[in-house]
Design a binder for this molecule. Structure first.
Ligand code: GTP
Ligand code: MG
Length: 458
């Protein structure tokens, strides 16, 4: 009884209503916008539908209802929920428009508490949830904080594989023509920077995910700002930089980028997150081939470094990060038949295995799942060549009905022979028409919410 009394007084002190900041990230087209739209939509429908059967609080009949609230952080754009729902509700439904920047939306979820302490105080509690969407590319910049301009330039030049070099041709040529020791010429630096940015954008287009600096490809409100106008150069000797030269300006811009872009993001946003969801589209790189797959794996490992904040890590030295749970979700699971969901999770686990072990050691809880935020296909069976085959039925983006078997997902990291004989048939599907007032169809969004927020709804 004494412990309940203490718990009660704790709760009174902290206030009855709890608040949690959930961050959602992932590389471009991982499915962040679709995920947040579905996340909000599932909550808004809880009072009238049985749409989250695997969520404990819903199972126990303790969820009363949810509503949207004005966000408290007025410096961040609003997540375009209504626009997304409108696109999904059209006669010919559309996926929500791609986004480029950070955005935020706030929900209040009312529920009947289960915890004895909470129940003693009030019959109902409210959980305020901020959901923040930010590009995973921004996390690729973390290593920059530990690299001076010369070291960073070196890593960029090592990363120039033959394929990347071909995309970098124009930038590299323009770079060699620039006299680094000449007095700084902003227009010239801008020209070369534009070619460098162009190269990074081409890398993205070619399916590479490890692209640094992250803001160059997803600048948000910094588009055109001089802080995004620098590029790596070869053989830099930091001790003999001519003051006021082109090189001097490149270095000072790089430093400014480290401080007012990378560090600021970690300080202003990252440090405020309580829970993190990282979305990963494992299927598209399986479709595009070996190099794209390896590149995504490398990018994921880089991203995971942001969740390794042992006492000695860079992030802990900057501030006290507080994320205590990270969910890795393989998205678009409705692109494969249901028996492929387990191998899909297993593949994702293998992709992040190395860093996961370390996170577990540091008491950050991690889990992997496969999900479809907005389910666009139906699984079924067909009888072909003397046996039953499981298939997917859906509508192509052009509006044609399709029945397909997309292929099987390897349950561990594919060996090189795999890529010679195998191609995953990944076709984009149009979302299904949304019936009036029905929640968005999903696969395992309830499991996601249980993992991420279950303890907060007790
Ligand atoms: N079938 C299916 N497709 C999905 C799902 N989620 C996302 N997609 C597809 O993936 C595309 C990208 O999804 P978004 O939610 O826009 O991804 P994002 O991470 O927000 O992308 P950016 O904001 O552009 O970086 C969509 O246009 C859909 O084609 C899903 O649950 N099922
Ligand atoms: Mg988006």
């Amino acid at each position: 009884m004494r412990s309940i009394t203490r718990e009660v007084s704790d709760l009174v002190n902290r206030g009855l209503d709890a608040h949690v900041r959930v961050a959602v990230t992932g590389l471009s087209t991982a499915g962040k916008t679709a995920f947040i739209t579905s996340f909000v939509n599932q909550f808004l429908n809880i009072s009238t539908h049985d749409n989250l059967p695997l969520l404990g609080a819903a199972q126990e009949g303790r969820l009363i209802g949810a509503k949207r609230e004005p966000q408290t952080n007025l410096m961040v754009p609003r997540f375009a929920y209504d626009e997304a729902i409108e696109q999904l509700s059209q006669e010919v439904p559309n996926w929500p428009t791609p986004t480029r920047d950070v955005s935020e939306i706030r929900l209040a979820v009312k529920y009947r508490p289960k915890s004895k302490a909470r129940k003693l105080i009030s019959k109902t509690s409210t959980l305020h949830i901020d959901i923040v969407d930010y590009p995973g590319e921004w996390l690729l910049d973390l290593p920059l904080l530990e690299q001076d301009f010369d070291v960073w330039s070196e890593t960029q030049s090592v990363a120039l594989t033959d394929a990347r070099k071909a995309l970098a041709k124009q930038w590299l040529e323009a770079g060699t023509q620039l006299d680094l020791n000449a007095p700084a010429n902003e227009a010239a630096l801008q020209r070369v920077s534009e070619l460098y940015t162009d190269y990074l954008l081409q890398c993205k287009q070619a399916g590479y995910h490890w692209v640094q600096p992250g803001r160059f490809v997803l600048p948000g409100d910094l588009k055109g700002a001089p802080v995004l106008q620098f590029f790596p150069v070869e053989n830099v000797d930091l001790d003999s930089v001519v003051k006021g030269s082109n090189l001097d300006m490149l270095i000072s811009r790089y430093k400014e980028y480290q401080t007012s872009v990378v560090k600021r993001f970690y300080k202003d946003y990252f440090s405020s997150f309580d829970r993190q969801i990282v979305l990963v589209d494992c299927l598209s790189p399986l479709n595009s081939g070996r190099e794209s797959f390896q590149d995504m794996r490398f990018a994921l490992e880089q991203i995971m470094q942001s969740y390794q904040y042992g006492r000695s890590s860079l992030l802990s030295r900057l501030f006290a990060p507080k994320i205590d749970k990270v969910l890795f979700a393989a998205t678009k699971a409705d692109h494969v038949t249901p028996e492929q969901h387990t191998p899909l999770v297993s593949l994702l686990q293998k992709m992040i295995h190395k860093v996961w072990q370390q996170a577990a050691f540091e008491h950050i809880d991690m889990q992997c799942m496969s999900i479809a935020s907005i389910q666009a296909t139906q699984a079924g069976h067909v009888y072909a060549e003397g046996k039953m085959k499981s298939v997917l039925k859906g509508t192509s983006m052009e509006g044609e009905s399709m029945t397909v078997f997309p292929g099987s997902v390897p349950k561990s990291l594919p060996e090189s022979s795999f890529w010679q004989k195998y191609r995953f048939d990944f076709t984009a599907f149009r979302p299904e028409p949304l019936a009036d007032h029905q929640p968005l169809p999903h696969i395992r969004m309830d499991k996601v919410i249980e993992y991420v927020l279950g303890d907060k709804l007790r």
